[in-house]
Design a protein around this ligand. Structure first.
Ligand code: FBP
Length: 557
């Protein structure tokens, strides 16, 4: 098969990983920390997760003499890639594979095809040296594919267990985001409840960067995605600064939290950038958001700078209080009247029907939105009940609103400049890029850590690697009980146990660094041009972790 020169070169990249994981497996063990509890709804979650709730934090360390699990026993493990693609996923599998084979060359690894449905439907491929070697340090999830199926019905649980038993698995690794790791937590509990010893371990994947807490500093994939988007934003900023005729409205992926947008802003210094969490906190309306963009356009026009860059997080609309209320009402109404809606012919009829069920404020807002935005809000939810925000054209909504506002100001003689806008959406471009060195190292380290958690007999845990702003050899492999990250949330019309998404903390060092600079960026041209991801060369170009990770760690020091 023909491969690119970069792919060929990346095959020989040796991921770096925590020193303790380079030891012979029989010489390492887990130290037990304190018992944990869920972040919210402790009573309800304890009752739901009878076998797995409240376990202790663990950390990988050198064995100190005590007897423990036989780390060299033969293991049979299944692995699932779940949810959206994130660079570094193949390296998690490679790390797990290498860990298993080092522990015992007779161990076997099976990759379930197409995400969780591979487990439910018993479709898999055995992963051999040849398969793993063909995917080392590559992006994408094409080694085994991915999917968003939620293991939910009794029949799906039963067939998942059946598949795992048929393959005589000792353990299953689910590599995914918050919803997929919720799947892992629920399956771990279910297996124990059925008297099965098959272990389930999770791994923090998502470009969105919202699967994090005080122990998980970021998810793998985030670094590569933000570096890819920042290169593109920098290129556009330079083009804007050269042609001096367009305002570029750039929507950035990241379903809900604005970590991606914040990191890209720190890397590129746009003129205007919204952080959804601040919009919610300050209860900004769509009108107030438009005011802020117009203020920058008008200020820059005073210096004949009829160009600029606006960054918009993908999930923004869900954080504008009036839109959030509308979406909540729509979620419930769509779930409750699924049958009635299915019988109606088109969008106009759907909107008319829904308007009879919504509050007056929500009705008014739905009726006032451009047709394409209303249609996108009514589209099918994903299997986890989420609105598919990547399909809502927020950048176009805001461009249209700014255009209208400036036209009105012009009529009133309050604005005399020009305004011409272009919209972009950067999302899928960043999800399958060749992983940066950081993500290649981090993914591989997570895979090796998952092996240790499995070999140590744990279930209901997520693999975690800490101290990420230090060189990889000093990173600290650990495990957290999945229930620790859970709470109850309204999904498809009822309260379900799920892992809580970690939103941008407005008191954090990264947000403060952004807030301290943005007024200057709004008026001046202060763009930074980060350029493309560098894989070979000096460490300051190739190996830096995300700014958010660096700033948060500095903030704690
Ligand atoms: P995960 O949470 O599964 O990692 O997905 C991340 C994401 O890329 C979001 O940023 C985006 O909103 C969504 O997936 C898009 O979903 P899809 O791949 O189904 O279009």
């Amino acid at each position: 098969m023909d491969i690119s020169a970069l792919q060929q070169a990346r095959y020989s990249y040796q991921p770096r990983f925590p020193r303790v994981l380079s030891q012979e497996p029989s010489t390492i063990a887990l130290s037990q920390g304190l018992p944990t509890q869920s972040i919210e709804d402790q009573g309800a979650l304890k009752a739901l997760f009878k076998h797995t709730y409240g376990k202790a934090l663990v950390q990988v360390q050198l064995r100190t003499g005590q007897a423990g699990e036989n780390m060299n026993r033969t293991l049979r493990v299944g692995v699932i890639l779940s949810g959206g693609q994130a660079p570094g996923g193949h390296n998690v599998i490679a790390g797990l594979y290498d860990g298993l084979k080092r522990g015992n060359p007779g161990s076997r690894l099976y990759g379930f095809l197409g995400g969780p449905s591979g487990l439910i439907e018993n479709t898999y491929r055995e992963l051999s040296d040849a398969v793993i070697d063909a995917y080392r340090n590559t992006g994408g999830f094409d080694m085994i594919g991915s999917g968003r199926t939620k293991v939910e019905s009794p029949a799906q649980f039963a067939s998942s267990l059946e598949t795992a038993k048929q393959l005589r698995l000792d353990a299953l690794l689910i590599i995914g985001g918050d919803d997929s790791n919720t799947n892992a937590a629920v399956l771990a509990e279910y297996f124990l409840d059925q008297g099965s010893p098959i272990q389930v371990i999770g791994c923090p994947k998502t470009i969105d960067g919202d699967l994090k807490n005080e122990h998980i500093q970021t998810s793998f994939g985030f670094d590569t995605a933000v570096k890819t988007y920042s290169e593109l934003i920098g290129n556009i900023a330079r083009d804007a600064n050269s042609a001096k005729k367009y305002w570029h409205f750039i929507k950035l992926m990241g379903r809900s939290a604005s970590h991606i947008t914040l990191e890209c802003a720190l890397k590129t210094r746009p003129n205007v950038c919204f952080i959804s969490e601040e919009v919610a906190e300050k209860k900004w309306s769509l009108g107030q958001i438009v005011d802020q963009i117009c203020a920058s356009v008008i200020k820059r026009a005073e210096h004949k700078e009829y160009f600029g860059v606006v960054l918009i997080p993908e999930g923004l609309v869900e954080f504008v209080p009036e839109m959030k209320q509308l979406i909540l009402e729509l979620n419930d109404t769509l779930a409750r009247y699924e049958g009635e809606l299915a019988a109606l012919p088109g969008l106009t009829e759907h909107i008319a029907f829904l308007c009879t069920k919504l509050s007056p404020a929500a009705q008014g807002l739905l009726g006032s939105l451009p047709g394409n935005i209303a249609r996108e809000l009514l589209m099918d939810r994903d299997p986890h009940g989420n609105v598919q925000v990547s399909r809502i054209e927020t950048e176009k909504l805001l461009m249209g609103m700014v255009e209208k506002r400036l036209a009105r100001l012009k009529e009133q003689g309050l604005y005399t400049g020009k305004f011409s806008a272009l919209g972009h959406f950067f999302g899928y471009e960043g999800r399958s890029a060749f992983p940066s060195n950081f993500d290649a190292n981090y993914g591989y380290s997570l895979g090796l850590t998952a092996f240790v958690l499995i070999a140590s007999g744990l279930t209901g845990y997520i693999a975690c690697v800490k101290n990420l702003s230090a060189p990889p050899e000093e990173w600290v492999p650990a495990g957290l009980p999945l229930t620790m990250m859970m709470h109850l949330e309204q999904r498809h019309g009822s309260r379900k146990p799920v892992i809580k998404k970690a939103l941008v903390d407005l008191a954090s060092a990264p947000f403060k660094a952004f807030a301290a600079e943005r007024d200057t960026w709004a008026c001046t041209t202060s763009f930074l041009f980060p350029g493309g991801i560098q894989y070979f060369g000096p460490p300051e170009l190739c190996d830096r972790p995300p700014r958010i990770v660096e700033l948060e760690q500095q903030g704690k020091a």
